[in-house]
Design a protein around this ligand. Structure first.
Ligand code: MLT
Length: 261
């Protein structure tokens, strides 16, 4: 499905019936990264998985795409769908966006899932690395970003199928979209101050071998969010929802099943 949100054509998947869950994808992927969860949970929930601005089938206007702007796009998508509230589940960059959503649109969140993400802003070195990657994408295309990033996105022994899936998703994105998101992530503020204000049920999920946002980050986030829980997915890396889709979905299902409307 497709709509225009804040002047940008946005493509999204909307399947199933039941309490709404908004699935917010990682960088530099697309809503399709949630395919296993869309398939497994659509009998019980309404699942909405947008391609964020700059990714997948959505337009890639000039960047940078700030996390605030992406969060505002999500709130506008909920408006478009007539949904007052949804559970927001974001992985990595999707988690940065979910935290911006909690800062700006907290009343629209029924519950929160923060997966393989972190609350801190980038260091100076991190920001310089993002700019270097943005230039790499602009000069050499999305395939260069895929080559550089895939080894860090999954565990060392991750299978070829998940790597192929990832590569297909990354190279379908445009250099402009990739660069816009990188420059937007570099601008994001520290979100630690928002964590103690989160007043909805929250699950923090992390792959045991996540080298980009390790379990220590997940525990630090959870310590700061009153009443939140942590689920560690054994044996997998950063993209835990893709690498161990069944274990990730089971953790999500357990959490969602415990929510009472
Ligand atoms: C992601 O998976 O979304 C990215 O690794 C996040 C980041 O680059 O900080």
């Amino acid at each position: 499905m497709e709509t225009t949100i804040n002047g940008v054509r946005v493509r999204y998947t909307d399947v199933g019936h039941g309490p709404a869950i908004l699935l917010v994808h990682a960088f530099p992927l697309a809503g399709a990264m949630w395919r296993p969860q869309l398939e497994a949970l659509q009998g019980e929930y309404r699942l909405i998985a947008p391609d964020l601005r700059g990714f997948g089938g959505s337009d890639a206007p000039p960047g940078p795409y700030t996390m605030d702007q992406q969060a505002d796009d999500l709130a506008a998508l909920l408006d478009h769908l007539g949904l007052a509230r949804a559970t927001v589940c974001g992985l990595s960059m999707g988690g940065y966006i979910a935290l911006a959503f909690m800062r700006r649109h907290a009343a629209r969140a029924r519950a929160l899932v923060l997966a393989d993400t972190k609350a801190g802003a980038d260091s100076d070195d991190g920001r310089a690395g993002r700019e270097a990657n943005a230039r790499l994408a602009e000069a050499e295309g999305a395939a260069a970003i895929a080559d550089k990033m895939i080894p860090g996105l999954v565990a060392p022994d991750a299978g070829q199928a998940v790597r192929d899936d990832l590569r297909a998703m990354i190279i379908a994105n445009t250099p402009a979209g990739i660069a816009g998101a990188l420059r937007g992530m570099a601008l994001r503020p520290d979100s630690f101050e928002v964590l103690p204000t989160i007043a909805v049920p929250t699950l923090v999920v992390v792959g045991e071998l996540d080298g980009l946002t390790p379990p220590a980050e997940a525990r630090a986030i959870s310590m700061a969010i009153p009443g939140s829980a942590v689920a560690v997915i054994p044996g997998v890396g950063h993209l835990s929802s893709m690498e161990a889709s069944e274990a990730f979905t089971a953790a999500l299902r357990d959490f969602l099943g415990g929510l009472h409307d």
